[in-house]
Design a protein around this ligand. Structure first.
Ligand SMILES: C[S@@+](CC[C@H](N)C(=O)[O-])C[C@H]1O[C@@H](n2cnc3c(N)ncnc32)[C@H](O)[C@@H]1O
Length: 411
């Protein structure tokens, strides 16, 4: 079971290279959608066994649904994939920096995957079309999930390992974790509140089967209408779903209906745009381009990836009817450059994650939306890694934690 203590022990020492982790005891055996949500387009066990498919290019859409439309990210500095490939090839042919050469090589050699259980794009696996027709950018293969395990440790450390921000009572009964991933938060929360039923939902069946008795997982698309009993949850929890949801307002409205009067919603998320306070993330650099192009590509398929940079979360919760809306903003260093010990460690974890699988972060959006080739993606990934190793660059992501309450006297 992946308790915080266990995961701490499994995670690499800041600054060290992460070690591959053993695969979980077995594939998740998520239960089908519970009877109360049977009409939602159910958690089909087929999702775990569907054969491969290769989707066509994503169709560009306009972002919709955000109560406060995000400003377009300015990508005029962003160079093309061909540029990054040319740079990489040029530098290799000059053998310009032998100390960094092995890093560049590893990034071009490690993308192939032989697992074809889900839809596949450029050798990476993604959620099955049988689970939902929604577009979601992150691979669900071991390489990406292992890299995220390191990241979650950084994400939790960034917020001092607080599992929740709202003032929950000890006797809460029912909690929902949307987009639960491997269920880390759900499992930790269930351990802390053993008398509370914790339901985690996701579109990929990647959850472990060895979980506390008060946790269960369902395969379900949170962007579809929910059929949970109204007024039935003490907390609806959302962590790191950036780029997953087209209409956050609609999702918050579903969460409002599902929450008990006096219950809470929490959403902890970040923007991929890389910023620096000292100008060390230069316009046109790989790190600058990375975040801006992710945001631009996400917008083309209708997703606002910059929701932690604007007030989408706060405004959406208010519009749904939530009150007592509170916000905590945090900066996540992307390498260990901070003088603050905790943030320095967070930066080490963030860098280890991108070092392991920056390709997994960019591949879906850069290939299907921006039309980059595999070679261009790999070359660009190498440049991102190099900049992350350059300790004169002080890049960070904005993270934001927003929590709010359904009024006690709500119907
Ligand atoms: C980056 S992971 C975060 C996992 C987890 N919330 C955490 O912080 O540990 C995002 C998860 O959301 C899931 N997801 C994406 N779109 C979804 C949707 N429409 N409904 C439910 N889950 C979704 C993905 O499959 C993925 O497992």
């Amino acid at each position: 079971m992946s308790t915080p203590a266990k995961r701490k022990a499994e995670s690499p020492a800041p600054g060290s290279s992460p070690q591959p982790k053993p695969a979980p005891a077995g594939l998740a055996s998520p239960t089908p959608a519970s009877p109360e949500r049977a009409s939602t387009g159910p958690a089909s066990p087929k999702a775990a066994s569907t054969g491969p498919s290769t989707p066509g290019p994503a169709s560009p859409k306009k972002a919709s649904g955000a109560s406060s439309p995000a400003a377009e990210v300015d990508t005029s500095d962003a160079l093309t994939g061909a540029h990054w490939l040319e740079q990489e090839e040029l530098e290799r042919s000059e053998d310009a920096d032998s100390s960094l050469g092995s890093d560049a090589e590893s990034s071009t050699a490690s993308v192939a995957s032989s697992i074809f259980a889900y839809r596949t794009i450029l050798g990476r696996t993604y959620h099955s079309d049988a689970a939902t027709s929604t577009e979601y950018w992150a691979p669900n293969d071991d390489r990406h999930l292992d890299s995220l395990e390191i990241y979650y440790h950084g994400v939790e450390l960034l917020n001092d390992f607080k599992l929740h921000m709202s003032p929950l009572k000890d006797d809460i009964e029912r909690v929902l974790d949307i987009g639960t991933g491997k269920g880390y938060w759900a499992i930790d929360f269930a351990d802390k509140f053993p008398n509370c039923e914790v339901i985690g939902t996701d579109i990929s069946p990647v959850q472990p089967s060895w979980v506390p008795p008060n946790v269960r997982f369902e395969i379900d698309d949170a962007s579809k209408p929910w059929t949970y009993a109204p007024n039935s949850f003490d907390l609806v929890h959302i962590r790191f779903l950036v780029g997953a949801i087209e209409d956050w307002d609609a999702l918050y409205r579903e969460a409002y209906k599902a929450c008990k009067p006096g219950g809470w919603i929490e959403h902890y998320d970040h923007s991929p745009v890389v910023t620096s306070d000292d100008g060390s993330v230069k316009p046109g650099s790989a790190l600058d381009t990375y975040g801006k192009l992710l945001a631009k590509a996400a917008r083309k398929i209708g997703r606002d990836a910059t929701l932690a940079d604007n007030d989408t979360m706060e405004e959406g919760m208010k519009a749904a009817g939530f009150v007592n809306v509170q916000t905590k903003r945090m900066k996540m260093p992307l390498s260990p450059w901070s003088a603050d010990k905790r943030l320095n460690d967070v930066g080490a974890y963030a860098r280890a994650t991108l070092n392991d699988d920056v390709e997994g972060v960019i591949q879906f959006l850069f290939s299907t939306v921006l039309g980059w080739t595999q070679e261009e993606i790999n070359a660009f990934g190498s440049r991102v890694r190099r900049e992350l190793l350059d300790m004169s660059i002080h890049g960070y992501y904005h993270w934001k934690y927003v929590w709010a309450q359904k009024p006690e006297d709500a119907e």
